[in-house]
Write a protein of this length. Structure first.
Lengths: 448, 448
């Protein structure tokens, strides 16, 4: 508790109205509650539905307006079991996690020789005869970066390896985890069946296990694995977005859209991805709710089903894309400190950039040129012509944890989490009281 | 490669006899080979037998004398499956690992309410009525310490909780992992059935899962778990010690006994526990083999079955306890740097202490007063009247990894590993060429 919060608590003994907890505590309580009382929240499952109900209850209790759920249907997927074992010449178990949309092995699993490639390009260049009937393994490396650029660079390995392998006749595909840690927890994440590739088992090895398999292959003898994956699509199920508002004083002024995503992968409790994002933006929205009424309505969305392909963000844009939005932004890179912001306006000298710089500088946040990404969930709204803004977080630690069983509450650095809530609050204060023209700079969105 | 090693490599172009790799590379190659080609090596299993065969081949190839296996029979145990899931009120899976000698749940598992205790003393004090029919959970905390003292303090929680719980009628017992990390990998380790306690399922929760369950209990509603553990004893099986020697020039001078343990828990590949110990001592012994012949024979033992209760060390003492040993020491606390040494002689002013201090000071190692522990595998030899010596390693990181799936090769800090090989080599040079009287100081061994 901060010193000021303590003073307010003391004051609350005689003045109960002052007892409202500070917004960072509101945010953290959301994160702790969601990750403890719900835990993993895989898209379009009963757990995600329970999370929506929890969200509505919490957001109503916090006093937000217009709290409701908007549902949509989508194809859903189930992990089942996933095991891998070296049969010869060095018998031992390996840790894997099936990737989203992975197919399954034949019942009882598949036993085959491994063929390894240092990169997806090397796999692409390999003749069918080198791959057919084998288990493909791609062991590319991923660097630690502050700006998440290494993730961008390596996602295609996760996304496309199994399709390329399947088209060349492989019986299963393994990739080194798209991750930067050294723990026996594999990084899941979505992959797709490209150009009509036949689904096969597609899984990530934990980083130590990928290193182990790479070392075995380097010894020069054929390495045989047994892999069993029972992952499969489960048909069409319901997901949904949870919406809450801080009403603005001018209904015609348009909406400032903020949020994070409520769904998580099923392995961890979704603390950094993306319980943190919904918690940070909820804390900031609550600060705005407690303060003077803003000009613009703040619409807070806890998006559903981001992980399997941004279904919630697309459903939101389909339902609300014609409403007047003046800016959209999402928190979806953990809870480590915000170090820069991006907002590319048609008028690059617009005074609001200076206003934002002044408001954010005390938190150590500087302006960065270039178009904003916005976030998977607000990109479809951005595509309707609404400007996107980024409060860019430090991603140095993020890909140690991202999409693993290790994504749990203890990974949150409370001081950095609090800085995020403060940053979003400062941003909202400027934007929701501004008359600035927020026409976006021309040009394509950076992430297509 | 060190600068000197590079120079030697260069020299080897014209003088092949100088091409022998430096001892730290010999040691690391043992560690890499053992953890890659064998992997996990649970006591008295086929994997431990494969590891013995691998060891004999490697130790012979390195040129050691008298390389052989000495077998013994022992009771052995199998992990089977181990799962835990919160059924109500916050449904989600938890990560557990059965403890050594754990019993099993009834087929299909057991569903019961959790009763939590902050310490083993609180469990001990609880009435039977509070425990009967329930799943006991003890969530004590373990601190990070350089000298491993926190492990000593917390081991009883792992060792005895299930016995106390079983005697009060609990249906299963869970403990917070005896570990200092924050990853979803639980720490196994041995426990026992004390005073005839009936075996039940006994398991450790990973630290994040233990924190999660503690948070759930703090919310005040009854928490129901489903636990399934199929761990069981598998009868009597064979284990063994692998022995190799550096012959001394004086057969009557007695033996200097060194080594580590070859077995590991089954979850990781046993890199820090204790591939590192056998690798470090083998590297140092190889340095002695390459140098001038020592006065004393150095006997290097890769002990079997340390983890379930030091069976290899007891078998060694039973077979060899009557031979003349002048000193015994073991490396079994990972591969981080040696920071002190302990050697308690009857004559505390014996000049060999000064000799050792001089030899070890350049490596940052100082003399520490007090009796040495020696290591689980050499304690039984110490009990025959042989002095024990410790080259004390930094344990700060050790219990992040110890007894988990995360105990893999990537956890080795190569610079610190090399310092260990150098420390053991320096120690052996002094001890195996000394005429000192190594009569131990009187008093009980510190660990009984």
């Amino acid at each position: 508790m901060t010193k000021i919060a303590l003073l307010l608590s003391a004051a609350a003994l005689s003045f109960p109205a002052l007892a409202a907890p500070p917004p960072e505590d509101v945010g953290y309580a959301v994160l702790e509650g969601l990750t403890t009382e719900i835990g993993p929240r895989l898209a379009a499952t009963e757990a995600e539905a329970r999370a929506r109900d929890w969200a509505v209850k919490r957001l109503k209790a916090l006093g937000f307006a217009n709290v409701h759920i908007e549902t949509y249907d989508m194809p859903s997927w189930e992990r089942g079991i996933g095991t891998a074992e070296v049969i010869a010449p060095y018998p031992q178990k390996l840790v894997i996690a099936a990737l989203g949309n992975s197919g399954s092995t034949p019942p009882g699993g598949v036993t085959a020789e491994v063929v390894g490639f240092p990169s997806i390009e090397a796999l692409q260049a390999a003749p069918e005869s080198a791959v057919k009937g084998k288990i493909v393994f791609v062991w590319h490396r991923m660097a630690v970066t502050q700006d998440a650029s290494s993730y961008e660079a390596n996602v295609p390995v996760r996304y496309a390896t199994a399709s390329i392998a399947s088209k060349k006749g492989a019986v299963a595909a393994l990739v080194r985890s798209i991750g930067t840690d050294h723990h026996r927890v594999a990084h899941t994440g979505v992959q797709a069946w490209i150009d009509g590739a036949t689904p096969i088992a597609a899984a990530a090895l934990s980083v130590p296990d990928a290193d182990q398999l790479e070392r075995m292959l380097a010894l020069g003898k054929p390495v045989t694995l047994h892999v069993e994956v029972t992952a499969h699509m489960t048909g069409t199920h319901q997901s949904g977005n949870v919406i809450a508002e801080v009403p603005g004083r001018d209904p015609k002024a348009g909406i400032v859209l903020i949020g994070g995503h409520l769904d998580s992968w099923d392995l961890g409790t979704g603390a950094i991805d993306d319980g943190a994002g919904v918690a940070i933006t909820t804390g900031a929205a609550k600060a705005m709710l407690e303060g003077p009424r803003p000009k613009h309505t703040i619409r807070l969305v806890w998006f559903g089903a981001e992980e399997p392909g941004g279904f919630g963000g697309k459903a939101y844009a389909a339902a609300h894309g014609k409403e007047k939005h003046i800016l959209a932004a999402e928190s979806d890179l953990g809870a480590d400190r915000v170090w820069s912001f991006r907002l590319a306006l048609a008028d690059p000298k617009a005074p609001i950039i200076t206003d934002l710089s002044r408001a954010l500088a005390p938190l150590g946040i500087g302006f960065a040129a270039g178009p904003a990404f916005g976030g998977t969930d607000v990109e479809p709204t951005g595509a309707t012509g609404v400007v996107l803004m980024d409060l860019v977080q430090d991603a140095t630690r993020y890909f140690d944890i991202h999409h693993t069983a290790d994504d749990t509450l203890d990974k949150i650095d409370r001081a950095q989490f609090d800085q995020n809530v403060a940053a979003w609050t400062a941003m909202l204060k400027v934007v929701t009281n501004s008359d600035a023209d927020l026409t976006p700079a021309p040009g394509p969105a950076p992430h297509e």
